[in-house]
Write a protein that binds this ligand. Sequence first.
Ligand code: SF4
Length: 289
Amino acid sequence: MTEQVRRAVVPEQLTLGGMPEKLFVCTPSKLGAYEDCPRRYRYQYVDRPQPPKGPPWAHNSLGASVHTALKNWHGLPAESRDPAALARLLRATWVSEGYRDAEQGKAAFALALRWLEEYVGTLDPDEDPVGVERVVATRTAVLAFNGRVDRIDRRGDELVIVDYKTGRSPLTSDDARGSRALALYAVATARTMHRACHRVELHHLPTGEVAAHDHTDESLQRHLTRAEDTARDIVAAERRVSGGEDPDDAFPTAPSMRCGWCDFRKVCPVGSAAPEHDAWESVARALDG
Ligand code: SF4
């Protein structure tokens, strides 16, 4: 990490009328929610009691199950990392919510197991990652960021961020390059583990493909600056609400294709007009191939 990024992550003493300014505490999901749709951010993080969410999505259950199985795979002693162990690991923490019925859940389990078997076949069972579901954190003058990285590898003198993906869409290096979350993970990992980290990788389990990007200090700094801009926008919106502005104006809707998949579609005046998706629809498509 060059001095440029190092300076950016060291908190400075920002003051407001002589009082230290509070840092905006955030995760990638929190920043991403606002960037995608300020109204969704408000429903998720500001309104209390929180508006009711829709039912759990089967694709989230599938993704969570696969992530946990991979975490537990790495938790096994190296000599026990045999693909035959995967079915047991997957079954032990299988999340069954959201599927259409038991039959679909069973088919999804078989699909997840196939992904896992093919994926771990590409891994060296004797190699331990530097971190698995490791929490990393960093601070700047504006925000205090923390996040949980799926996997951190060491390659040569550098660390590499690995993020597992289970969605249907194929991924490209542009997805890895443009991911704010991955860039912030790289900055926070370097900061937490005191070792350079520039490479970020999306590992797409359905295809086994890896979409990667090698950041520079400058590109990491750009992501960090945009994250700070988002944090400032959120704080400003919250202050406007405290000052009496209508929360609907301070946190406007940002309709998009995502509305049909939004947890708050039913309570959102815009989202309720979006086409409704069944909780198991995305998994049904994955099963259809
Ligand atoms: S339904 Fe669409 S506009 Fe409404 S909160 Fe969700 S993402 Fe935003």
